[in-house]
Design a binder for this molecule. Structure first.
Ligand SMILES: *Cc1c(COP(=O)(O)O)cnc(C)c1O
Length: 393
């Protein structure tokens, strides 16, 4: 359903009274309401079994996700951050090594590198996709580069053919940070199949979110997958016999049981997010806002799953405040790039080191795009953004 621009204008001019209806940035309660009984039954069944650690639902979820994504292995763990950590441990990343990633991402991508006492080496992003700029990748590679971690930010795959091509020429493994992109496809392949390992997160706000923390590493490499499955269980194959120095990073049976239910809805929810993104495109075009607002790109052959719908504007902070006063939630991912964070001060990157990441952090604004969002709610969002630019420009 679309509207013409006069309809948008008339709503815009009809005053704030019609749009006092409040809605959250992400409506997880509405999602829960659609499957409450199934989730409660799954939780009850685990509670009755009292099999909380590595119960049968864990293996079932791993098999279901491997099937869903078309990969050979899926190894669950305690969080997306641990998925990154375990994937690097399985590759033997160690102190003194370098791992290349982007400065414009959630902290865990680079934090997990630093936690292994390896050095994060940043490569700037492309301004249109917010993903790793492959044209700058080769220059960052050194003899100490042990891995490359592109991020599929906001749900849009990175330019993996170029990235893995360069990596292969240098014999460097690629780990995908697919925490925001479960179900996204790059040239007809699901992300998680494009490197040696793909890291997923089940943090509640991700496209497949649990009732707490959870994560998974997907792979098509049997040796890598085997090391991972041992590393997350203290490094032991047999109880009290340890082959590797591992850690305690398991997915709770309760989480696996809940995620098994939610996985059945993932495809439909992804479609709903994509429909909402298309509706935003129509509404922004009809409101004639494309000169003020840069919309997310969807390059040919890249499928975006819209964990976030991120626009780019000048005077972002003013717009965000204007939206807030009109009762419209928005978020900033991310306000300060990682190379300028206090936690990474010892890397000694200064202002200006990654101009695209720095510019993006000043101009990006994430709008609500959750699956149960209504067309009317989206019209309200675009209407208020239209008011902002009409009133002040
Ligand atoms: C959420 C996220 C992670 C970490 O996942 P957690 O499950 O919260 O530990 C890693 N990378 C990116 C890009 C993320 O968005």
């Amino acid at each position: 359903m679309t509207m013409n621009s006069t309809e948008v204008k008339s709503r815009t001019q009809s005053g704030s009274g019609t749009r006092k209806q409040r809605f959250p940035f992400l409506d997880l309660q509405a999602e829960f309401a659609t499957m409450q009984e199934e989730v409660l039954a799954a939780v009850k069944s685990v509670l009755e079994s009292q099999h909380f650690i590595m119960g049968p639902e864990v293996g079932k979820l791993e098999a279901a996700i491997a099937k869903h994504l078309g990969c050979s292995f899926a190894i669950s763990c305690a969080s997306g951050s641990d998925a990154l950590l375990l994937a690097m441990m399985a590759l033997g990343v160690d102190s003194g090594d370098e791992v290349i990633t982007v400065p414009f991402t959630f902290v865990a991508t680079a934090g997990s590198i630093a936690r292994l006492k390896a050095t994060p080496v940043f490569v700037d992003i492309e301004p249109e996709t917010y993903n790793l700029d492959w044209k700058q990748l080769e220059a960052a590679i050194t003899p100490r580069t042990k891995a490359i971690i592109p991020v599929h930010l906001f749900g849009l795959p990175a330019e993996m053919e170029k990235i893995t091509g360069i990596a292969r020429a240098h014999r460097i493994p690629v780990i995908e940070d697919a925490a925001q992109a479960i179900g996204a496809r790059y040239r007809d392949q699901y992300v998680g199949n494009l490197g040696v390992g793909g890291c997923l997160s089940f943090f509640p706000s991700k496209n497949l979110g649990g009732a707490g923390d959870g994560g998974m590493v997907t792979s098509n490499d049997p040796e890598f997958a085997d090391r991972l499955s041992v590393l997350r269980l203290h490094g032991g194959r047999r109880k009290y016999h340890y082959d590797l120095l591992g850690m305690n990073s398991r997915l709770d049976t309760l989480q696996a049981a809940i995620l098994l239910v939610k996985l059945r809805y993932l495809h439909d929810w992804t479609k709903a997010r994509q429909r909402n993104a298309d509706r935003y495109r129509d509404l922004f075009a009809q409101a004639d806002l494309n000169q003020w607002v840069t919309l997310p790109v969807q390059p040919e052959g890249f499928e975006h799953v819209y964990n976030q719908f991120v626009i780019r504007v000048q005077r972002r902070d003013e717009l965000r405040e204007y939206l807030r006063l009109a009762g419209i939630p928005s978020e900033i991912y991310y306000p300060l790039p990682l190379h300028l964070q206090a936690a990474f001060a010892d890397l000694k990157y200064g202002v200006g080191a990654f101009p695209q990441a720095e510019a993006a952090s000043q101009e990006v604004l994430a709008l609500p795009v959750f699956p149960t969002m209504t067309e009317q709610q989206q019209q309200t969002v675009v209407g208020v953004i239209g008011d902002f630019f009409a009133g002040k420009n």
